[in-house]
Design a protein around this ligand. Structure first.
Ligand SMILES: Nc1ncnc2c1ncn2[C@@H]1O[C@H](COP(=O)(O)OP(=O)(O)OP(=O)(O)O)[C@@H](O)[C@H]1O
Length: 309
């Protein structure tokens, strides 16, 4: 069975709301695919359709080439955490996992393995009702890993986690992908995926905005920008502008330059006798790249407008 999650021409409407609109993408093996879009963009609905919890109006969702509902041992094909609170509060974490394992014909020893993998450790014998959000997320992850599936899907797994929890989650997602699995992970905050995702599927109002490797996106957003540090900012800006560069002051002694290579900037400033203390090619953050990518998309502007006070 191949490690892929694939949607083709997926469409879903709730009354007047088009939640998912002709959406196609593939989360491939060996990589973490970030599934990003603002609140209400259609991420959860897409994931629910992948798991057969919502029926699409059109299109298909396939896990390893087959509809989820047709899988005989679904937990062994796709591990998913869509809602971390979906555990009975009175149930102890380990019992919850044992029950799931039993219902799916999996050995009890696997329960102890996933408790370890998810870092549940000492909390395994506590009741889920008393769990912090972080512990509930870990329990959800443990359940998703039970069947050792080649494909995994997590809806907002870092939502509400502290920085330590986010770093842990990022490491876990990466290690799962490094084992060759397909990992699809949603977030409405691009920054949360920084350093965690290899590929991005960006949606807005149910539609695909971008389907790109993170590396390509960062390179495109970084291209041609050079950060310069100099106490003689004004002179530097004048010299570089004369040479045809676009210059923007970004701090008291900081200037961003586009339109000239680093080498050319160094030659020009040296020739003009303008001292500088630092020069580096700009590396865009994922958040920056996302803003650049979505700045013209009506879907994102509309959302920002709606949330504005
Ligand atoms: N069962 C439902 N009935 C009616 N409308 C729904 C239902 N489920 C989702 N929607 C609507 O569909 C749209 C997409 O919602 P969805 O939850 O899939 O977005 P999302 O990208 O996951 O958002 P979030 O980041 O807030 O979780 C929204 O407008 C939402 O209100």
């Amino acid at each position: 069975m191949d490690a892929t999650i694939e949607v083709r021409g997926l469409r879903k409407r709730f009354g007047p709301t088009v939640a998912v609109d002709d959406l196609s993408f593939t989360a491939g093996p060996g990589r973490v695919t970030g599934f990003v879009g603002p609140n209400g963009a259609g991420k959860s609905t897409t994931m629910r359709m992948i798991m057969g919890l919502d029926r699409p109006d059109a299109g298909t969702a396939l896990v390893g080439g087959r509809p989820y509902r047709s899988l005989r041992t679904p937990l062994c094909k796709l591990g998913a955490m869509l809602d971390a609170s979906a555990v009975h509060p009175a149930r102890r974490a380990r019992d919850h996992l044992l029950w799931l394992a039993h219902a799916n014909g999996l050995p009890a020893r696997r329960v102890d393995e996933v408790i370890e993998l998810a870092g549940l450790g000492g909390a395994a014998r506590r009741r889920a009702g008393g769990f912090s959000l972080g512990m509930r997320q870990r329990l959800g992850i443990a359940a998703a890993l039970l069947g050792d599936p080649p494909a995994l899907m997590f809806d907002e797994p870092v939502n509400g986690l502290d920085p330590e929890g986010i770093a842990w989650m990022r490491g876990l997602l990466r290690s799962l992908a490094a084992e060759g699995r397909a990992v699809l992970v949603s977030s409405h905050l691009m920054g949360e995926l920084e350093g965690g995702a290899d590929h991005l599927v960006v949606i807005g109002r149910g539609r695909l905005i971008a389907d790109t490797a993170v590396q390509d996106l960062l390179e495109a957003a970084s291209a041609g920008r050079v950060e310069l540090r100099t106490a003689r900012r004004q002179e530097a800006m004048t010299a570089l502008a004369h040479a045809g560069a676009t210059v923007t002051a970004t701090g008291r002694d900081a200037v961003t330059v586009t339109g000239l290579t680093t080498e050319r900037i160094i030659t020009l400033l040296t020739g003009a006798g303008v001292a500088f203390t630092g020069i580096a090619e700009h590396r865009a953050s994922l958040e920056e790249a996302y803003m650049e990518l979505t700045k013209d998309a009506v879907e994102f502007q509309a959302v920002t407008g709606r949330e504005a006070p």
